[in-house]
Design a protein around this ligand. Structure first.
Ligand code: FAD
Ligand code: NAP
Ligand code: SF4
Ligand code: SF4
Length: 508
């Protein structure tokens, strides 16, 4: 009986290299890896050895006989990935990325990494494969690991387990975490370069896209709401109107599903998690019975991923439905494996009668917010049009008013410019070539500040590897200046600037 990859897969591909028969795909060197919503095990070739289970940092792989009811859909989802066109001749083992090769120089690489989210931690891990290397990680918050700790929803505890992998990275010799130190405020780019060969910015995307419609200031952004339920110190004091029977979430990405689920699921089921106690108390007193998650295009353009939809549909005590007349499949390519399963599940949800359910999520489509009115949202109804193969939403002229007490916008994150670095306003990223910042020697980027705010925790692993490979190439070719000050000098500088910070510790 084969093993099966389930919902919490974060695409870090650790399992791929543990598998003795190369039956987990797509592998990082295959073209569909970049767009894969999760990885899949081929049941025809899996020899049931279990090696992938221990390699997986988030417990996403389960032997078939141990699948719970909520995980059963993944049996078919895994198998069906291999059911279409053959994947071609496979090597016996997946291709392992080549190790970094470093030339001997008087000072081994010393690298500053700004931020301690997934991109930073994977970058640190790569640098520390070099004998004698030192990494100083600067994190502005008192606790590390970025959105892996402060973004992942509290009811996704298995995904949160990825932080134990980061603890292991942080426990390596040569790793130094300076928590509570903000680069740009407490230490400058030039000072970092005096103490290191190079600086890798892995600062993420800390802001969000803003809705630009009349009354938009009445909405709460998902960024704030997530920070509130995850106990971010700057948002712990917030209060939200949870008295009305309906809330609306604008946007239908995975963050939208997270906030909708946390808002409406039985608060009792959150009590055993590390949700902020203030948020839990507020949710216990909530009068919300329905959360409407609204997309402006059709179901084929739902930004949420298949595993998250499967998880949502199987959340205990929660009824999930879709509006049948809005499942317009214009231009949908059902040869795409994940999309085919997503649409099949949406059609099934549309047939469910949830009218009597005490807690429900309704997935709505073809609605663009036009105005926030104070008692809800006016939506312009759309139809889909295909032009040159591109599907776009076009307003029909019809308007639907949806009453709601709380309106959340979940329309994507956005990076802020990093002082001293070039910034592309359109994409909200730092321009770079394979991670090297254009025109600024010794400066690199990784993660969301490099690629934009998309992808899973594990996506940052290959992204960080690319950046560190570029950095080491520059080190080997003598393009990076040796540091002019030592570690003791760095510590006294940091102590003078941030006496309260936790310096140099391996966090665990
Ligand atoms: C709400 C939410 C939930 C998510 N849930 C999942 C999930 O369940 N599974 C999944 O696979 N992916 C999930 N993701 C995606 C995943 O979290 C991201 O891919 C990943 O965190 C991006 O990594 P990063 O290192 O680029 O940025 P971040 O994780 O944002 O890390 C950036 C770090 O830099 C620090 N920083 C910023 N500026 C400075 C400065 N000047 N000085 C010092 N430190 C600084 C920040 O405090 C932060 O710790 C989620 C994303 C969001 C927004
Ligand atoms: N469990 C997980 O694995 C997990 C959890 C959370 C986040 N993440 C990842 O983190 C990344 C960020 O997620 P996200 O949900 O913030 O972003 P996202 O996936 O980019 O979704 C943004 C949504 O906002 C909509 N939108 C954008 N501008 C809009 C506007 N002006 N008006 C109305 N709607 C608008 C988009 O619709 P259009 O498509 O029509 O533009 C889309 O539905 C994603 O890659 C996600 O997969 C993963
Ligand atoms: S159980 Fe063994 S053979 Fe099957 S996918 Fe996992 S590592 Fe590969
Ligand atoms: S989280 Fe990583 S190790 Fe686990 S199944 Fe997904 S890709 Fe494999």
């Amino acid at each position: 009986m084969p093993h099966v990859v389930t919902q919490s897969c974060c695409n870090d591909a650790s399992c791929v290299h543990a598998c003795p028969v190369n039956c987990i795909h797509p592998t990082p060197d295959e073209p569909d890896f970049a767009t894969a919503e999760m990885l899949y095990i081929d049941p025809r070739t899996c020899v049931d050895c279990g090696a992938c289970v221990s390699a997986c940092p988030v417990g996403a792989i389960v032997p078939q006989h141990r699948l719970g009811d909520a995980q059963l859909p993944f049996l078919e989802i895994n198998a069906d990935f291999y059911g279409g066109a053959p994947r071609g001749e496979q090597p016996i083992l997946a291709k392992v990325p080549p190790p970094l090769t470093v030339v001997q120089r008087p000072v081994p690489p010393r690298v500053a990494i700004v931020g301690s989210g997934p991109a930073a931690m994977y970058a640190a891990d790569e640098v520390l494969t070099v004998p004698g290397a030192r990494v100083d990680v600067y994190e502005k918050l008192p606790v590390p690991y970025g959105l892996a700790r402060a973004g992942v929803a509290p009811d996704h505890q298995s995904t949160r387990r990825v932080v134990t992998q980061f603890d292991t990275i942080a426990a390596q010799p040569g790793f130094h975490l300076h928590a509570g130190v903000e680069v740009g405020r407490d230490i400058s780019h030039e000072e970092l370069l005096r103490h290191h060969h190079a600086v890798v910015y892995a600062v993420g995307a800390s802001s969000d896209r803003r809705l630009e419609v009349e009354g938009a200031e009445r909405a709460v952004s998902a960024t704030e709401f997530v920070a509130w339920y995850n106990g971010h110190p700057d948002h712990a004091h917030r209060t939200f109107d949870l008295s009305h029977r309906r809330a609306v979430v604008i946007g239908n990405g995975n963050v939208a599903l997270d906030v909708a689920r946390v808002l409406i699921r039985d608060p009792g089921s959150l009590a055993a998690t590390d949700i902020s106690p203030a948020a839990l108390a507020a949710l216990r007193g909530s009068g919300i019975e329905e959360v409407m998650v609204v997309g402006r295009r059709g179901p084929a353009h739902s930004a949420f991923t298949l595993p998250e939809l499967v998880g949502l549909a199987n959340t205990p005590g929660l009824a999930v439905s879709a509006a049948e007349d809005e499942l317009d499949l214009t231009g949908a390519d059902e040869s795409d494996h994940a999309l085919r399963h997503k649409l099949r599940l949406l059609r099934e949800l549309a047939r469910r009668d949830v009218s009597g359910a005490a807690r429900r999520i309704t997935l709505r489509y073809l609605l663009t917010p036009e105005r926030l009115t104070g008692d809800g949202v006016d939506f312009a109804r759309n139809t889909l049009r295909v032009d040159d193969g591109r599907v776009s939403a076009v307003a029909t002229g019809e308007v639907e008013h949806v009453e709601a007490g709380l309106v959340l916008t979940s329309i994507g994150y956005r990076a802020l410019p990093v002082p001293g670095l070039p910034f592309d306003e359109a994409s909200g990223t730092v321009p770079h070539t394979a991670g090297r910042v254009a025109g600024l020697a010794g400066s690199y980027v990784a993660g969301w500040i490099k690629r934009g705010p998309t992808g899973f925790i594990g996506t940052n692993k290959s992204c960080a590897r690319e950046t560190v490979s570029t950095l080491i190439q520059d080190y080997n070719e003598g393009r990076l200046t040796d540091p002019s000050a030592d570690a003791a000098d760095l510590e006294s500088l940091l102590r003078s600037r941030r006496p309260d910070a936790v310096l140099g510790a391996a966090y665990a």
